[in-house]
Design a protein around this ligand. Structure first.
Ligand code: HEM
Ligand SMILES: [Cu+2]
Length: 649
C-alpha cells in the first residue's frame, strides 16, 4: 500500500492523515501502538480496578463486620457487590492477563510486536471506555449503578424500568457496559491468536513455546467463542427491558432459565479465561526458581487445552438448584468431576517441578507456591460443588463465595503478584525490594486466609451470599469479624506492594536488574531491561524449549548442570546494536478516537437519545475512516530522502 510515492508525498499530506512520530512524552502514550506500552496501560488499568474493587470489598466487609450493620443501605449493598464482582472479573482479571500477555507474549515468541498493533491499542481503549462508562453510572443524578449481581439474572434484570424489580438504570448500564468490554476482549483475543500462530521466531515451534504463551492461546480461543454468547444474552436483556421483546419474561411465555444457560455457557469458560493465565504465570516462575525444566511440559500444555475444551461442557453446574432434569444434572455432575482431572494433573506437574529442585524462595517463587496451595483448596471445594446434593445445600451461600475467592484471588491474584515480582524488573529495569516483597506475600497469604477460610464455615452454617445484614446469635458473628479483619490485612498488603513499586521503581531504589536477573530460561531474558521498542535487534533463532537456558548450561556425564563458558545474558547482543533499519509501525491516534465513539453510543442506548447517537456515530465513523486511509507508516526523516519505508502491517 505505502510505497515509494507514499514516502515522497508525505510532507504534503493533510495533518489528520499524518501519523504521529513521537515515541516519548505524555501524548505519545495516547498514540502508542507498541505492545509493551499497551501492556503497561492494561496492567495499570487493572491495578486501579483492583484498588477500586478492593475498596468496594472493604465496604462490604465493614457492613458485615457485625450483626445489623448500618454502614450502607440495602440498595447500596446491592450496588457494592455487583460492582465489586463486575469490576474484579471484567475490569481487573481479564485486562490484567491481557496486559501481562501483551507485554510478554510477543517477546517470549521472539516477535517484534503483535500482528495488529493498532487493533491492539483499540482493544485497550475500548476496555478503558467501558470502565469509564460503567463507573459513570455512579455520577449523582444518573441513578444507574448496576445492582443485579455480577451475573445479572433475569427476570430481575430484564423487567422494564417502569415495572422493574430493580430501581434505576443499573441493568442498562451493566448490559451495555459489558457489551463494550466484550468488543475490547474479542479484538485482543483475535490479535493474540494471529500473533501466536503467525509471528513466532524461526524455530519456535508450538511445542517449544513457553507455557504462558500456550495458556494465553487457549484463553484467546475461549474469549473469542465465549464473548458472543454473553453479548447475545445481554442484547436480549437490554431489548426486554427497553423494547418489550419478552425473551426472558415468564408471564409472557419467555424463559428466565434460558438466560442462565446463556450466561453460564459464557460464564464457566470465563472462569478459565481468568485462571489459565495464572496457571501459565506459575508455570514460568516455578522452573526458574527450581532450576529445573517444567516437569511434563507436554502434559501441562495438553491438560490446559483439555481444560479449554471441557470448560464448555460444565456450565449447568451453576444451575443444579433450578429444577433441571435428573439426567441433565447427572451429566453435568460427571463432566464437572472430569474437569478436575486435568486440573489435578497440572498441580502434580508443578509439585514435581519443585521436587528436588535447587529452590530459591524469592518473593515471586513464594507467590507461585502460595498459588498452588490456595488454588488446590479452591479446586477441592469446587469438586464438592460437583456433588449435586451437597451443591444444593451450598448454592447461594458463603461457601460458594469462599470457593471462588480461593480460585480467583488465591489462584489468579497470587499468580499475578508473583508475575509482577518476576517480570517487573524486565519491564522497568529495576528489581523490587525482596524484604518488602516478603512482607507483601505473608500479609497477603494470612489476610487472604483469614478473610476467606471462615466463609466456608458461615456458608455451611447457612449464611446466604448477597445478604446486607444478619441477626445476632446465628453463630456467624465471630467468623464475620475475623473475615473483616482479614480483608483489611489484604488492604495493608496491597499498600505494601504499591510502596514497593513506588520506592524500587519510581524512586529507583531497586537494584539495576540487568538482562537476566533470575537466571531465566525464556527469550524475554535475552533482551535488555527494559527491552528496546523492537524487542530484539536480531530476531532469535530458536533451537530448543527453554532456548535461553540451553545457551547458558549443559549437562555433564552424570547429568549435573554445567555452565557454558560463553553463555549468559551479557553475551546477548540485543542492546549493543541500535536497531538501525528496523521499522516499527508508526503511532496512531485513531484507535483512541474510534474507541471514544463508543462512549456516546453507550449513553445513546441507555437514554434512547438521538443526540448521543449522532455524536457517537460521527466520532466512530471518523475514527474508522481516518484509520483506514492513514498511511501504514510515517516515513522517518531519513527515509524520506533515501530509502523506501517498509510497510510493517
Ligand atoms: C480484595 C479482597 C476481596 C474481598 C475482601 C472480597 C470480598 C467479597 C465478598 C464479601 C463478597 C460477597 C458479597 C455478597 O455476596 O454479599 C464478594 C463477592 C464477589 N467477589 Fe470478592 N473479594 C475480594 C477480591 C475479589 C477478587 C480478586 C475477585 C475476582 C478476581 C473477586 C470476585 C468476586 C465476585 C465475582 C463476587 C460475586 C459478586 C456477586 O455476588 O454478584 N473478589 N467478594
Ligand atoms: Cu462453572
Amino acid at each position: 500500500m505505502t510505497t515509494v510515492s507514499g514516502a515522497v508525498t508525505a510532507p504534503r499530506r493533510a495533518l489528520l492523515l499524518r501519523r504521529p512520530t513521537k515515541t516519548t512524552g505524555a501524548f505519545s502514550w495516547l498514540t502508542t501502538i507498541d505492545h509493551k506500552r499497551i501492556g503497561i496501560m492494561y496492567c495499570s488499568l487493572s491495578l486501579l480496578s483492583f484498588l477500586v474493587g478492593g475498596l468496594e470489598a472493604l465496604l462490604i466487609r465493614l457492613q458485615l463486620a457485625g450483626p445489623n450493620g448500618t454502614v450502607v443501605s440495602a440498595a447500596q449493598y446491592n450496588e457494592l457487590f455487583t460492582m465489586h464482582g463486575t469490576t474484579m472479573v471484567f475490569l481487573m482479571g481479564m485486562p490484567m492477563a491481557v496486559g501481562i500477555a501483551n507485554y510478554f507474549v510477543p517477546i517470549m515468541i521472539g516477535a517484534r510486536d503483535v500482528a495488529f498493533p493498532r487493533l491492539n491499542a483499540f482493544g485497550f481503549y475500548v476496555v478503558a471506555v467501558g470502565a469509564i462508562f460503567l463507573y459513570s453510572s455512579w455520577i449523582p443524578g444518573i441513578n444507574g449503578v448496576p445492582n443485579g449481581g455480577w451475573f445479572g439474572y433475569t427476570p430481575l434484570t430484564d423487567t422494564p424500568i417502569s415495572a422493574g424489580f430493580l430501581p434505576g438504570r443499573g441493568p442498562d448500564f451493566w448490559s451495555i457496559g459489558l457489551i463494550m468490554l466484550g468488543i475490547g476482549s474479542t479484538t485482543s483475543a483475535i490479535n493474540f491468536i494471529v500473533t501466536i500462530l503467525n509471528l513466532r521466531a524461526p524455530g519456535m515451534t508450538l511445542m517449544r513455546m513457553p507455557v504462558f504463551v500456550w495458556m494465553m492461546l487457549v484463553v484467546a480461543f475461549l474469549t473469542l467463542f465465549a464473548m458472543p454468547i454473553i453479548t447475545v444474552a445481554l442484547i436480549m436483556v437490554f431489548f426486554d427491558r427497553n423494547y418489550g421483546t419478552l425473551f426472558f419474561q415468564p408471564a409472557a411465555g419467555g424463559d428466565p432459565l434460558l438466560y442462565q444457560h446463556l450466561f453460564w455457557l459464557f460464564g464457566h469458560p470465563e472462569v478459565y479465561i481468568l485462571i489459565l493465565p495464572g496457571m501459565g504465570i506459575v508455570s514460568e516462575i516455578l522452573p526458574v526458581f527450581s532450576r529445573k525444566p517444567l516437569f511434563g511440559y507436554a502434559v501441562v500444555v495438553f491438560s490446559g487445552i483439555a481444560i479449554g475444551f471441557l470448560g464448555w461442557g460444565v456450565w449447568a453446574h451453576h444451575m443444579f438448584a433450578t429444577g433441571l432434569s435428573p439426567v441433565a444434572i447427572s451429566a453435568f455432575a460427571v463432566s464437572t468431576m472430569l474437569i478436575a482431572v486435568p486440573t489435578g494433573v497440572k498441580i502434580f506437574n508443578w509439585l514435581s517441578t519443585v521436587w528436588r529442585g535447587a529452590v530459591r524462595l524469592t518473593t515471586a517463587m513464594l507467590f507461585a507456591l502460595g498459588f498452588i496451595a490456595m488454588f488446590t483448596i479452591g479446586g477441592l471445594s469446587g469438586v464438592l460443588h460437583s456433588v449435586v446434593p451437597s451443591d444444593t445445600q451450598q448454592t447461594d451461600t458463603y461457601f460458594v463465595v469462599a470457593h471462588f475467592h480461593y480460585v480467583l484471588f488465591g489462584g489468579l491474584m497470587l499468580a499475578v503478584f508473583g508475575g509482577f515480582y518476576y517480570w517487573l524488573p524486565k519491564v522497568f529495569g529495576r528489581m523490587l525490594d525482596e524484604r518488602l516483597g516478603k512482607w507483601n506475600f505473608w500479609t497477603m497469604l494470612i489476610g487472604f486466609n483469614l478473610t476467606f477460610f471462615p466463609m466456608h464455615f458461615v456458608g455451611l452454617y447457612g449464611m446466604p451470599r448477597r445478604t446486607y445484614r444478619y441477626d445476632e446469635g446465628l453463630g456467624w458473628d465471630v467468623w464475620n469479624q475475623i473475615e473483616t479483619v482479614g480483608a483489611f490485612i489484604i488492604g495493608v498488603s496491597t499498600l505494601i506492594f504499591l510502596a514497593n513499586v513506588i520506592v524500587s521503581i519510581k524512586f529507583k531504589r531497586g537494584a539495576v536488574a540487568g538482562n537476566d536477573p533470575w537466571d531465566g530460561r525464556t527469550l524475554e531474558w535475552t533482551t535488555a531491561s527494559p527491552p528496546p521498542a523492537y524487542n530484539f535487534a536480531d530476531v532469535p533463532e530458536v533451537e530448543a524449549r527453554d532456548e535461553f537456558w540451553h545457551h547458558k548450561y549443559t549437562e555433564d556425564d552424570e547429568g549435573r548442570l554445567m555452565p557454558l563458558p560463553s553463555g549468559g545474558a551479557d553475551a546477548a547482543p540485543a542492546e549493543e546494536k541500535h536497531g538501525h533499519g528496523i521499522h516499527m509501525p508508526s503511532p496512531s491516534i485513531y484507535p483512541l478516537v474510534m474507541a471514544l465513539g463508543l462512549l456516546p453510543l453507550g449513553y445513546a442506548a441507555v437514554y434512547h437519545s438521538f443526540a448521543w447517537l449522532g455524536l457517537g456515530v460521527l466520532v466512530l465513523l471518523f475514527g474508522m475512516y481516518a484509520w483506514a486511509i492513514e498511511p501504514a507508516t510515517e516515513p522517518e526523516p531519513e527515509t524520506v530522502t533515501g530509502r523506501t519505508p517498509e510497510p510493517v502491517h
